[in-house]
Design a protein around this ligand. Structure first.
Ligand code: HGY
Ligand code: MN
Ligand code: MN
Length: 405
């Protein structure tokens, strides 16, 4: 439906950039424009309080659900725009924040122009302090609140405890939304290396994530002969080395896997570690491949434990399936991209996970990307040229004009 009710949505680029910098001030840290704003931290909760006030000032009704997902709502049916405002333990200023502030600006500008009805969301714990895109996973029904509540962060704090700080108002009914569009930085090298300015996402890859624990025997690092040790770190090291070989006939160049967190007990120089807990995460666009990789991981970890006289155990397998973006919303973004950046945009898959995956269970979803300088993200160095940030905002606004309310 064309927007025939009002003027075109004219976004205010300066207001948008000022808000983006203001959001960064909550948890600003590290070199460059780094941010430390993990889910439910003081910086995260203060940022959400500030965001809620911006939503109210824009004439939106604020609701916060029990997970802490923050919504700025219009009355009646609307398009939902947004992303997340929590960060990785060491993150950049744009991952998630860009999509939330762009949503705020488009919603505000559309109200000023008498344009389409736009609501805004900042999902909670997208970065997976507790799970994988936890806030939208619960809102979409992919996880129940009870299932999510027992998930623990790497320090052993359960979600049920961490979310006590949420100023809950009430649950938000997804039926009021006609679709969801998430703007995001690419977080990879494609657009930066081609010199293109916009990516319109075709699909988002799937992910699997679980903790694995090896338990051996804690002992003295000076007196315990190598051949009788049951060293949990040696097991992790052997597992990681062998895994790359076992995967060789299964993976493609687009498949990725990561051991990103290792916790040794008791983590001391003169003690053979008796226990190692580590994160194992793997991603691919093909759900069958993800399943075959899981079997290899489980079999290999068991073999390593058996050979060394150790125990292995597997935590809850978390995951999201690969999803395709909605054709109608994509077409609107492509029309916007062609207007704002003629011949300098492309269709592309997303190798990062996004809240849009969960939201696709509820309504049509689409995403657009802007370039990441040097392809860096989940690091303090993450950045994007200002004119690319603005180009993305303009594409989003143009798509809303095309789609109507
Ligand atoms: O890890 C991801 O892909 C997302 O940034 N949480
Ligand atoms: Mn993100
Ligand atoms: Mn991220």
């Amino acid at each position: 439906m064309e927007n025939k009710e009002g003027d075109l949505v004219r976004v205010d680029n300066n207001r948008f950039l000022a808000d983006l910098h203001k959001l960064r001030s909550f948890g600003a840290s590290g070199i460059g424009k780094g941010v430390v704003r993990p889910a439910y931290s003081q910086a995260d909760m203060e940022a959400r309080e500030w965001l809620a006030q911006q939503m109210r000032d824009a004439g939106l009704r604020v609701e916060v659900d029990p997970m802490g997902n923050l919504f700025g709502l219009t009355d009646g049916p609307s398009v939902l725009l947004g992303s997340h405002s929590d960060s990785q333990p060491e993150g950049g200023w744009l991952d998630g924040a860009l999509g939330v502030i762009a949503a705020l600006e488009v919603a505000r500008a559309s109200r000023e122009a008498g344009g389409p009805a736009v609501s805004v969301v900042s999902f909670q714990d997208e970065e997976g302090r507790f799970g994988v895109t936890t806030g939208s996973a619960v809102w979409s029904g992919h996880l129940t609140m009870d299932q999510a509540d027992v998930l623990c962060d790497h320090s052993g704090v359960p979600l049920a405890q961490a979310r006590q700080v949420v100023p809950v108002t009430e649950a938000v009914d997804p039926a009021q939304f006609t679709g969801f569009i998430e703007m995001h930085i690419e977080q990879g090298p494609v657009l930066d290396s081609t010199g293109e300015r916009i990516g319109v996402v075709t699909d988002i890859v799937g992910i699997r994530d679980m903790k694995i624990t090896f338990e051996g025997q804690q002992n003295h690092a000076g007196t315990t002969p190598m051949h009788i040790r049951r060293d949990a770190f040696q097991a992790v090291s052997a597992f990681n080395h062998a895994l790359n070989e076992r995967f060789a006939n299964v993976v493609t160049p687009a498949t990725v896997w990561t051991v990103g967190h290792v916790s040794l007990h008791p983590n001391a120089s003169s003690i053979v570690p008796g226990k190692a807990v580590f994160s194992m995460q793997w991603r691919d666009g093909d759900a069958d491949r993800l399943g075959r990789m899981e079997q290899i991981i489980r079999d290999l970890a068991q073999e390593i434990a058996d050979v060394r006289g150790m125990q292995v155990s597997f935590g809850t397998l978390l995951g999201l399936e690969p999803v395709a973006m909605d054709a109608r919303l994509r077409t609107a973004l492509e029309a916007g991209a062609e207007t704002v950046a003629p011949d300098r945009w492309r269709q592309m898959p997303s190798g990062a996970l996004h809240d849009a995956t969960n939201v696709s269970r509820l309504m049509p979803v689409a995403m657009l990307f802007v370039p990441s300088i040097n392809g860096i993200s989940h690091a303090f160095e993450e950045d994007t040229a200002e004119d690319d940030l603005v180009a993305g905002l303009e594409v989003l606004a143009a798509a809303i004009d095309v789609l109507g309310g």
